[in-house]
Design a protein around this ligand. Structure first.
Ligand SMILES: [Zn+2]
Length: 260
């Protein structure tokens, strides 16, 4: 099917927009949506050193490329990539290759990092309403002081954000203000540029545009729990559901901001 905007061969059909997009318009669309999220949340602050959480999976590589596009030319903002050491050689190799090709300083946090070990005591994944990413986020917050970064850029997608909203609702947790570490840690702004973008889009972005530097650019293998699996099946049948959940979450947040 041809691109709805220019007629060239399409690479994706977006159920939620009804559009077929070619490579060029797909790239424009993804970057535009991520920039809009960054702008609306006032996440770009001069003088900030941003650390992109780079697992080496395709979505995290797309995230690094997006941040490089956004701030690579700026002299008042700096960008690094941080990877929690893992035993997947392909992921580590991807992270190494993409940081080298973009010229971005890359830091690996070793397994035996003392800060991480201390942090792990506070990072029990089942203690969080958002186990899919909570552990990574928590561990990286604990090295913010060491690696001198002020903001953490995470590859949360639309589905992750929808799941977070739902888990908050199910668990009855107060929809607490996220974004900063606890007072014993360095203050770290948490940013999620892909939070309104379906997961398959950053994966596709990497397959198409970063193919030269990312091996095995298939979809991220994820550690899924029953709720994530149920949601994935639901989204397949009803692609509008994650958007509805995120909208509900936004309304709750606005209500909370008004009353607090
Ligand atoms: Zn097009």
């Amino acid at each position: 099917m041809g691109c709805s905007k220019c007629g060239r061969p399409g690479v994706i059909f977006q159920e939620y927009s009804g559009l077929h997009l070619c490579q060029q318009h797909f790239r424009q669309d993804l970057l535009h949506k991520a920039k809009k999220t960054v702008r609306q949340n006032h996440w770009l602050v001069p003088g900030t050193r941003y650390a992109v959480a780079l697992s080496g999976g395709p979505a995290s590589c797309a995230l690094l490329d997006f941040m490089h596009t956004l701030v690579g030319e700026r002299t008042d903002i700096s960008l690094i990539a941080v990877t929690l050491h893992n035993n997947e050689p392909d992921s580590m190799e991807n992270a190494k290759t993409i940081t080298e090709s973009l010229g971005i300083p890359w830091f690996i946090v070793p397994d035996d990092n003392a800060e991480i070990q201390r942090g792990n005591r506070f990072c029990a994944p089942d203690g969080s309403p958002f186990p899919a990413h909570a552990s990574t986020e928590c561990q990286l917050r604990h090295v913010a002081e060491q690696m001198k970064f002020d903001a953490l850029v995470l590859g949360y997608t639309l589905e992750d954000h929808a799941e977070w909203v739902l888990r908050n609702a199910i668990s009855g947790n107060t929809y607490h203000k996220s974004g900063y570490a606890t007072k014993t840690l360095k203050r770290v702004q948490i940013t999620r540029p892909f939070m309104h973008i379906p997961r398959k889009e950053p994966d596709l972005y990497t397959q198409i545009f970063l193919n030269g530097c990312v091996e095995n650019a298939g979809a991220d293998t994820r550690v899924d729990d029953p709720i994530s699996l149920l949601l994935a099946r639901l989204y397949n049948r009803h692609p509008g559901v994650p958007y509805a959940l995120v909208n509900i979450g936004e309304q709750v947040r606005q209500f909370r901001d008004r009353v607090s």
